[in-house]
Every structure is written in structure tokens, then in C-alpha cells.
Write a protein that binds this ligand. Structure first.
Ligand code: ZN
Length: 120
């Protein structure tokens, strides 16, 4: 068989090999090819490394998530108040100043507007 063509076919099976999802015949075929093809061996090594360094499957996260949910529900039932966080008061001063500056920039003659509104 053409070497490149065999590599292409093998490459389709490598992910299954790394994750132990191949049957015996496929595994044997890959092992024979890997014995003679350094490029495919390098691919297998890279896939294996990626698999080992990847995060655990979602199902593995459920126990942790479940216990956290249980803890937060307990805290909710036991707590008699909810803490809300507001921004620092200086944020409000800065926002008010920004509104005033914007208004002064947009209105052509602020003094006339105040006179017309009856403030002056
Ligand atoms: Zn190959």
C-alpha cells in the first residue's frame, strides 16, 4: 500500500487507539504500522500527551459540583440575610461629575438654560 495513503487511514484510527476504543484487528494493524512509521508514532505520542494533560471528563466534575450546590443551599436556608455588594461611593461621585461635565459640554449656554428654568 502507498505509505502516505496508509498513514492517512491510520491517522483516522489513532484517536481511538489513544482512548482505547479500537477492536483487536484495528489495534494490530496500527501497531504494525507504528513499528515502521515514525511520523505516526509521533502523532500517537502527541495525542497521548494531550489526553493525559487534558481536564477530567464532565462526569468527573459532578461530585464536586453536587457538594458545592448542597453547601450553598444549606447556607441559603441557614442565612437570614443576603449580602449585596455596591460599588465604592467614590464611583457615584465620579459618575455624577461625568453627568455634569457631559451636560455642560452638550448644552451650548448652560446659564441661559438655568435662567429659563427659573433657577437664576
Ligand atoms: Zn504512518
Amino acid at each position: 500500500m502507498n505509505e502516505d495513503l496508509e498513514c492517512q487511514e491510520i491517522s483516522l484510527l489513532l484517536e481511538g487507539k489513544v482512548n482505547d476504543r479500537l477492536d483487536v484487528a484495528e489495534t494490530l494493524r496500527i501497531e504494525e504500522h507504528l513499528a515502521t512509521c515514525s511520523a505516526c508514532r509521533a502523532t500517537v505520542d502527541a495525542l497521548d500527551l494531550a489526553r493525559r494533560s487534558s481536564r477530567p471528563a464532565r462526569s468527573d466534575l459532578w461530585p464536586t459540583l453536587s457538594s458545592r450546590l448542597a453547601a450553598s443551599e444549606t447556607a441559603w436556608e441557614g442565612g437570614d440575610r443576603v449580602q449585596l455588594e455596591f460599588p465604592d461611593p467614590s464611583w457615584r461621585v465620579a459618575a455624577a461629575l461625568a453627568v455634569v461635565l457631559f451636560t455642560l459640554a452638550v448644552i451650548p449656554d448652560p446659564a441661559r438654560l438655568l435662567v429659563a428654568a427659573g433657577f437664576l
